[in-house]
Ligand binder design. Sequence first.
Ligand code: 0A1
Ligand code: ZN
Length: 853
Amino acid sequence: MKDAAPQTIYLKDYTPFGFAVESVSLTFRLHPTATRVISKIRFTPIPDASDTRFFLHGEQLKLISAKIDGVEINTKMVEGGLEADVPDVPFTWETEVEINPQANTALEGLYMSNGMYCTQCEAEGFRKITFYPDRPDVMSVFDVKIEADGDNTPIMLSNGNGVELSKARATWSDPWPKPAYLFALVAGELIAHRDTFTTLSDKQVQLAIWVRPGDEHKCAFGMAALKKSMKWDEDVYGREYDLDEFNIVAVDDFNMGAMENKGLNIFNSSCVLASPETATDGNFERIEAIIAHEYFHNWTGNRITCRDWFQLCLKEGLTVFRDAQFTADMRSEPVKRIDDVITLRARQFPEDQGPLSHPVRPESFQEINNFYTATVYEKGAEVIGMLKTLVGDEAYSKALDLYFMRHDGQACTIEDWIAVFEESTGRDLNQFKLWYSQSGTPEVAVREAYDGTTFTLHLSQSSAPTPGQSQKAAQVIPVTVGLLNDNGDEILPTQVLELTQEEQSFTFEGHASRPIPSILRGFSAPVTLRQDIDNTRRAFLLAHDTDAFNRWEAGRDLARDSLLGAVLEGTPHNTAYLQGLKAVLSDETLDPAYRALMLGQPSQSELASELHKMGHTPDPAAIHTASEALRRAKAEAFSDLLPGLYADNQVAGTFSPDAGPAGQRSLANAALSLLTRLDQGKTAAQQYASADNMTLQLAGLSALLDAEKGEDALETFYDQWQNDRLVIDKWFSMQVMHAKPAALTKTVRKLCDHPDFEWKNPNRFRAVMGMLAAHHAGFHHESGGAYELLADWLIRLDPVNPQTTARMCAAFQTWKRYDQTRQTMIQGQLERIASQNGLSRDTTEMVTRILEG
Ligand code: 0A1
Ligand code: ZN
């Protein structure tokens, strides 16, 4: 049987499967190299179906036998699966296949991770387990029997509720119809951290986080996050959990963050395991968000799923939006919003403005795994946020109630989603729907006018061409605006302006003096704002804006312009910015986490993008120098403030990962990073030596590496943590991040020779190669050495793990920003990758798009 050859699949070609699946019963006889999977599936032909072909997906399966209604039959092996002649009345289909979990390094289907059996079926992994209509619109109830492999698998888990659990055998039954991508099985030596949750209607749910022996002490935080998520979804969305148990398993080898399999979520161990000694505040926050995300999928993804993979944003955009609401409620709303916008600009904007640009709902793909992107997830969530802003909170809640009521148990489309909002609000959302089909980041330009009483905002929108889309239509853009007077008082609270045309003017009457507008508050739309305002205005907004997001944004804009001035003209850093920032930092009424964000500055990659848009060719070395100079300028300008900020934000007592103390630590660590530039690492050395949690220890190490005094600390860190894989990932990343640009490839080559560089483990590969690509000045060093090194490793990883390889090809997506020499070098590496014999479908598609886009 051959795997499916590369082929483009189109949204417009969707046709339903001609058979309904009434029930699925699976038996697994586990064996590391020869697992047998026996399936018994009840099919019913759908009357008048347009496609009557009986085709089942199947890849890398050894067929042992196939029967219909108990009688052995002949099957026809075709590309990507099999075909058979079947009755035109309901029938029972039975197959036995053999698979080899040990040989499965791609981590899709059934594979082994450290002696543990585990599965990953989204998007199209189930076809590597048995023959099946592996498409999300085919939903069925599943019963699963797992038979043990000797003594190695005392715990055997699957979806739904456990029916019979013994050492030799386990039986699971999932009463909720689901698509195959939500199937899961885990078996191995595991220990449970248990708890319970009582639902809205007083049902007790058994909760467990399953880990390998030795990790039991890293589960308490994840469990608390799960219970908070369950409660929040009841309180805010009225959604109750629907099984008697909920299991989470931590696995070390996983391509993504986590997976929402029904009743059995599987997590990359880095996204669930945490203890104060081994995890940073950032890790804790991420774990809380991912646990929530996977749990929220139970309704937005599982109970209501996607008709086809083009509708991926239906579940992902909505679930990301919901997890962001959750984090904002658990922690701080403005801090969460700023964090999300930083990520959007760092990950989604480059994607949307380069060769990989695609709509939130793509219209074609070759390999669906390549579309689990920042555009589908993060821009998808922004689209939901805009919809909520446009219709209002109450209408949003009503529309969601209708969505859950009407579509429970169905596989839906974006049209279904939009229809629910149109019906419940009476609004025509046709133009709004362009957000799902039009790619690219719109630009909104603002011009102001004032005649003594009337203040006018002239807004215009435009969008640059993107691959396959040369002409763009005007979109519906909610632009939130507030007005301030000269004293900084808010004279008009936040309003939503609906920009629906290419150019539109909005007037504000009765202003005896010229108001100062604060535009795109809370970042109300995923656009680039062009506002022709000077530094005085920005400094005023930095000091006075009553919208926390825009206040931060004013500082960010000042920092950006200061950096661009330094790169282009060699101008010294802007003193208005430094003074304004100092005032903010000294304001103790402001949340420490917010002040820590204020101390940040645009990344080097963001500056390169900005320069490119302005028509300049970015020089990575000059950008690096200017960024470092701005940090130094801050250290000097705040020299009297920093020791106090550092001392006042030390947290005493038992470690708590809550937002309050975590915010203090982030401010103290931001201050430490600047202080290190003044005291040559003295404070950092003390912090490193006395740290009793990973947040402080890692920040100490990071600052020491900045001061070029980290050699000994790197050694003691390794000695202390060599048996903790997740901490050793940090040890690898730190060294890459802190390498001098010219020494980056040498550093990485040395790390690749380290016995702990287990490159087949996605976390370890990303810890090194992901950081190599993220090191802007080093990756784009004029030698081109880093381009070659990354390409070498992508070529090596591709036959082992196509999915992780393909995702990392995106490191090259910005290549057209740079000078001709760099472009030629990158093109050479991309062509070298493309020319490899047997290159995976995943990587071929990515490299081709990057080269051609
Ligand atoms: N649905 C999961 C993420 C996920 C997606 C794809 C995977 O394999 C290709 C694995 C996991 C989520 O959104 O969390
Ligand atoms: Zn998701």
